[in-house]
Design a protein around this ligand. Structure first.
Ligand SMILES: Nc1ncnc2c1ncn2[C@@H]1O[C@H](COP(=O)(O)OP(=O)(O)OP(=O)(O)O)[C@@H](O)[C@H]1O
Length: 772
């Protein structure tokens, strides 16, 4: 059993073993298959590799064959090249040899040439040496000649400089001649274009150094479109305030020598009148206009002269708007209309009620002017741009006392910024604007009338026709120096205005007023005046004789001129007011003076109509000139209507502003210092307390009026400050008395006229030579 079992176990074991061997066999078989597969694969691969290798070998063999054949070919080529190169080398060797030979030949040729050149160079050097010598010689000659030229040019320069000196001298002489003739100086100033106006066309074509100005209208180029004007000086747009002042300075300085000076700026609105007269910016001295600079200069000069002269300077500033005079320096806002006096008043106060401010420094002036400008501006807010439609007049009164002789000099300087001139034409205006335009028209016309009446030596100068001319009277007569700034706007749109302004200015520049005279009250002047009076008396006598002869002739049937013809042709007004005879005889109104007065009156209408005709030539001024009646009353009545003033206003005209009485101190006795009335420059006032206070600034050193005498003038004058300026000495009374009965005002001034008669002899004697 055991054995069986053993056998069975062995059998199981064998079976197990067999089964394992089967599995192993299967595995091995599988592996064998795999190996066979792999072998076949490898065989395949080997086949392929062999094929590829064989292919590659074939290729390489073909390639090697190709390369070999190629190499063989190249070798053949190289051999060929080598043979060719050898051939070429041989050829080159041949060529080089021939070249070398040629070079050698050339070298020899060059050598020969160089030798030749060397020889020539030597020759040239020699030649240049000689040329150098010659050039040196020529240079020397040239330098000598240049030196000679220099000397000659220096001579020419000297001559040119002399020419300029002569020119300057000529100009000076010309100005002196003008001064002597009393020509109104006309300076033209052209405003530059303002910011934003750069593109505008200008009408100014040429500005000459000698005062020539050519204007043209670039928008209308027609034949003879260029207009030439000539003035004393033309300031271009680039001119500075300083340059303008330098040319004005001598005129202004003469105020300190006792001359009356009037400077006014004329031109259309916006042409630069205010710029010239006041300046755009008061705080910058560079921008100061003529006004500030003038006062500054007067102070400066008065300081320089302080060892020989004591000067007192006072300032008034008024505005004339709608024929009403307003004090611009008054602190009183409710001021009444100011009256105007006859500026023949010896103290020269045309508007005595306007506050007078003594000034001693530029700071004072700046303060005052600021006040004036502010007051003007107050008006402007109410009436809009009032400055364009009102005249502003700054009056500087100067009184100088000669410390050595005690002689007194008085000078007035009127600095006037006129209203815009073109407004005159703008008659389409209505209401207030029309009224303004009429007033501007009237006053500018009146200014033109006065200037041309003076120019024509008319016996009647219509000062009364406007407030402006009344205020300026003392500085517009033959005794004064007058300068007009003609302001131009270069804009082409203003062309027609520019032309009419220039035409007017051209006519003004030709006006001769007669030599200006200093208001000097000294013995020398008095003696001269006496001499003049004597001469005039002699002349009057001759005239009388002639007129009598003519009368006799005409009465005996011969044709002849009326007796006054000869007088009028030879005398200006005032000449026959002389009562001083060569031997001290006094002539009353019944004498030649009376005759002359009648004569003067009878001539008024003729003279005036002549003047008016003359004036009409100016498109702006003259057409509008009204005929003036004999004594101007008609015209003044009209004026009164326009400005709404009645008798009250006419009563304010305390003195009849007669042309004939525009006289200066012409005392006739020897006691000069006693006879001249000492009038205060800044008189006291007893009117309103405010004004009183204002005027209490008057320096105590100023002379006070002497006690009243029996002056008729003083008796009738109202109680304004200047009415009590002084009590004239008997010799002086005549100065303020009306010169002609025909122009003497009645009413409140009856006493004045009657007393004038009483003092007629004194009056007539005082007026002698006043205009000559
Ligand atoms: N020479 C100048 N250089 C520079 N600017 C100027 C000059 N002249 C005038 N202007 C300028 O032109 C303008 C007008 O000038 P301004 O007010 O002086 O004219 P106006 O003639 O006084 O005018 P109005 O009649 O209205 O018073 C101002 O702005 C002023 O600053």
């Amino acid at each position: 059993m055991n054995q069986l079992r053993l056998i069975k176990a062995e059998k199981t074991m064998v079976e197990e073993k067999k089964r394992l061997e089967d599995v192993e066999l299967v595995r091995l078989r599988k592996e064998n298959e795999e190996c066979n597969l792999e072998i076949s694969n490898l065989n395949q691969e080997l086949e392929m590799t062999r094929d590829t290798y064989e292919k590659r070998c074939l290729e390489l063999e073909t390639h090697a064959k190709e390369i070999r054949s190629e190499l063989e070919k190249k070798m053949a080529d190289l051999e060929k090249l080598l043979t060719d190169s050898k051939k070429k080398v041989k050829e080159l060797e041949k060529f080089t040899e021939s070249k070398f030979l040629r070079w050698k030949k050339k070298e020899r040729g060059y050598k020969k040439f160089m030798d030749f050149q060397h020889g020539s160079l030597k020759e040239l050097r020699l030649g240049s040496e000689s040329i150098k010598q010659e050039v040196l010689k020529t240079q020397q000659i040239y330098s000598e000649e240049i030196i000679q030229f220099g000397v000659k040019i220096q001579g020419l320069v000297d001559a040119a400089q002399n020419y300029h000196t002569v020119l300057t001298e000529n100009r000076k002489l010309y100005n002196e001649v003008q001064d002597l003739k009393g020509n109104i100086r006309v300076y033209c100033r052209i405003r530059p274009f303002l910011k934003g106006q750069n593109q505008k066309q200008t009408t100014i074509e040429y500005i000459g150094d000698n005062g020539e100005l050519v204007v043209t209208n670039p928008s209308k180029i027609v034949k003879e479109s260029h207009r030439l004007f000539k003035f004393n000086k033309v300031f271009g747009p680039a001119s500075t305030q300083e340059e303008v002042f330098v040319d004005t300075q001598p005129l202004i300085r003469s105020v300190l020598d006792g001359f009356n000076v009037c400077i006014f700026a004329y031109g259309q609105t916006g042409s630069g009148k205010t710029y010239t007269m006041t300046g755009p910016n008061v705080s910058s001295p560079e921008d100061w206009g003529v006004n500030y600079r003038a006062l500054n200069d007067l102070f400066h000069l008065s300081q320089i002269r302080r060892s020989s002269f004591e000067y007192e300077i006072g300032v008034q500033m008024v505005e004339i708007y709608n024929e009403q005079v307003r004090d611009l320096l008054s602190s009183n806002s409710n001021q009444k209309r100011l009256g105007i006096w006859n500026s023949a008043q010896p103290n020269g106060l045309a508007v005595p009620d306007a506050s007078m401010h003594p000034v001693t420094s530029t700071a004072d002036v700046l303060e005052l002017m600021n006040l004036g400008l502010m007051n003007r501006a107050v008006g402007a807010t109410a009436l809009n741009e009032r400055s364009s439609r009102s005249h502003s007049v700054l009056t500087v009164h100067v009184r100088g006392t000669d410390l050595e002789t005690n002689g007194v000099l008085r000078g007035n300087l009127h600095l006037v910024d006129l209203a815009g001139s073109e407004r005159v034409d703008k008659s389409e205006a209505t209401g207030d604007r029309l009224k303004e335009a009429q007033h501007i028209n009237k006053s500018l016309s009146a200014l033109g009338d006065v200037i041309f009446a003076l120019a024509h030596k008319s016996q009647h100068v219509p000062y009364r026709n406007s407030k402006l001319t009344q205020v300026l009277q003392s500085s517009l007569g033959g005794q004064a120096k007058t300068l007009m700034f003609v302001q131009l706007n270069p804009d082409v749109e203003s062309f027609s205005e520019t032309i009419s302004t220039l035409k007017f200015a051209e006519r003004v520049s030709g006006v001769e007023l007669g030599a200006a005279r200093s208001n000097k009250e000294g013995r020398g002047v008095r003696e001269l005046m006496e001499q003049v009076a004597n001469l005039k008396d002699a002349l009057t006598k001759k005239d009388e004789e002639m007129s009598q002869l003519q009368l006799r002739k005409s009465s005996s049937g011969e044709k002849g001129s009326p007796p006054y013809d000869s007088w009028s042709s030879r005398h200006s007004i005032g000449e026959f007011h002389n009562g001083t005879r060569p031997h001290g005889k006094s002539v009353g109104l019944n004498g030649p003076k009376a005759a002359s007065d009648i004569d003067n009156c009878s001539e008024f209408s003729d003279k005036q109509s002549e003047t008016s005709d003359e004036f009409r030539h100016h498109p702006d001024f003259f057409k509008r000139s009204k005929p003036v009646t004999e004594d101007g009353d008609q015209e003044n009545d009209d004026d009164l209507e326009i400005i709404g003033l009645g008798d009250a206003d006419s009563d304010e005209r305390l003195s009849d502003i007669s042309d004939g009485v525009l006289s200066m101190g012409t005392e006739t006795d020897g006691s000069l210092s006693n006879s001249i009335v000492e009038l205060t420059l800044f008189p006291e006032t007893t009117k309103a307390p405010t004004e009183h206070q204002e005027k209490s600034n008057v320096p105590s050193k100023l002379p006070r009026p002497p006690p009243k005498t029996t002056s008729s003038r003083n008796q009738v004058q109202p109680t304004s400050s200047s009415q009590r300026l002084a009590a004239p000495s008997p010799q002086r009374q005549g100065l303020v008395a009306p010169s002609r009965p025909s122009v003497t005002k009645v009413g409140p001034r009856t006493a004045s006229s009657s007393s004038a008669k009483k003092s007629s002899s004194a009056s007539s004697s005082l007026k002698s030579g006043a205009r000559r």
